[in-house]
Ligand binder design. Structure first.
Ligand SMILES: [Zn+2]
Ligand SMILES: [Zn+2]
Length: 97
């Protein structure tokens, strides 16, 4: 498997981040995300606002950074709820540039 430069520091490793920059989510960060999803559900129900597509029903909502950490966002920055597939599309498009 070819080595890839770390998104944060550029050091080559087997992943998109070197061991020093692996995504490590603290318990606090996980519960912050869970709360963001719960608040979104309470307000909108199982509804994804959509990423580069129309809003749609979704029961696999996840919360992620409005500006991903890989794109210069802060780990404690604001969160946005999207379904899993919209979230991963958003992440892919931002991390690929
Ligand atoms: Zn790194
Ligand atoms: Zn979606």
């Amino acid at each position: 498997m070819p080595k890839r430069p770390c998104l944060i520091c550029g050091v080559l490793s087997n992943d998109s981040r070197c061991p020093a920059h692996q995504r490590r989510r603290s318990t606090m960060e996980r519960s912050r995300r869970a709360q963001a999803v719960a608040a979104h559900r309470a307000q909108h129900g199982n509804w994804c606002p959509g990423w580069q597509r129309d809003a749609h029903a979704a029961d696999d909502l996840t919360a992620d950074h409005v500006t991903p950490v890989a794109a210069g966002g802060s780990e404690s920055g604001p969160l946005q709820c999207l379904c899993r597939s919209c979230n991963s599309r958003k992440r892919d498009s931002i991390e690929r540039g």
